[in-house]
Design a binder for this molecule. Sequence first.
Ligand code: PLP
Length: 456
Amino acid sequence: MHNIDINVVDMTLDIMKYVLGRITKTNPELGKPMKEEDLRALVGETINEKGIGGEKAFALFKDVLVKATIPIDHPRHLAFVPAAPTRASILFDLVTAASSIHGAYWMEGAGGIYCENEAMEWLVSLTGLPKGAFGVFTSGGTAANLSAMVTAREHWRKDPKNLNKKGIMVTSSGAHSSVKSMAKVIDAEVLLVPTETAMTSRDIENVVSKLSAEAQERVFAVVATGGTTNAGIIDDLAGVATYCENHHLWFHVDAAYGGGALAAPSVRNLFVGIERADSITIDPHKWLFSPYDCGAIIYKKPELARAAHSQEGSYLDIFKDEGAAGFNPSDYQIQLTRRVRGLPLWFSLAMHGTAKYEWAVEQGILLAKLAAQKITEAPHVEMVIPENLSCVLFRRKGWTPEDYREWTYKNLEKKFALVTPTKFKHQGTMETVARFCFINPDTTLKDITDILDTMK
Ligand SMILES: *Cc1c(COP(=O)(O)O)cnc(C)c1O
């Protein structure tokens, strides 16, 4: 199977033909989920001793299996946080795989890591962090948040009085589930600030002041959100920064979704304060048009991350040899062997330039504004709160949670759109509402009005 023969050439041509077809499609068919037993009945056994052959396996994938997936770049996929990788970045994902680059250490991956670092320089420049700040690409926001939390906790534990203590992290109820989940991984307690809007330093003071003196000593970090996943709400980053500076706490900003908007001049001012963060999470696979998976963690002082993450081992010593000295991405996050997953972003940025990125992100913000306008004009729907970034929360007047669920499945059944409801606590009550999240600049105003029409 490592030989080159006519089968390999045929398979390569087949795959390139498929890729070309897929990336030039502007309106890919919206697949829908299928039960495992139904898929098994259609596909049968694929792994046996002799192999079923590339042609057959690929046919099963193209004709059956991929149709049981929902393309996240479909212009009417407005659920969760969709994605819209550029064509250049997708193609370069193929190149990344074909080049077999180990992205952990400069010694092996220098040229690839150089490219990643070029893209990272731009990302860091968007944050406004001071000179010396830098970061690495991770598998996503979860891994980025975890890498930052480990760094923060290790930094806190440098003080011997904290050595055997369980740390407490403060975050808001609007923070992403991964923050709470990763707190379990590092065995930290989470102190939740209940808020329906942007978390402020006053909110933090309120919850922290209710802790015992002993517990207050154990607070080591605040995680603010730069664009909540559910509603696009940005915490009062400047206020939280001041709070953290005054109390010597690690200030992490989770901008996994919203970070792309740092490139958008129309909303950049909403992020003031982010330049004072100790660490920032941004997911290029969300709003910076990279293919999955590509997250990023940026540190104000990367040396603190290196102190927390650098792995030791006699088999690794060679990588730290003088001749191979350079930037080692594995020193700054939890993963050792890694794909150079920033490469697709680099190529697309290099090809298109940063101005096109600004434009494409602004497009998502514009779509949210247009949707809000249409919702306000239509009699059967209304806004729940004003739009934030590219998130629009709205209600269909008179609908129950059941109605929203049925509507979602009906649109999916018709392979028309994927728009899902969410829950939002507004003025004290939790309500099921509809939500749009715009990422794809190919989404049109007609897509929006067509979807609103399905709620009539
Ligand atoms: C999506 C998201 C995450 C998790 O990122 P993954 O890439 O899915 O691991 C974390 N925080 C926020 C704010 C997010 O929107």
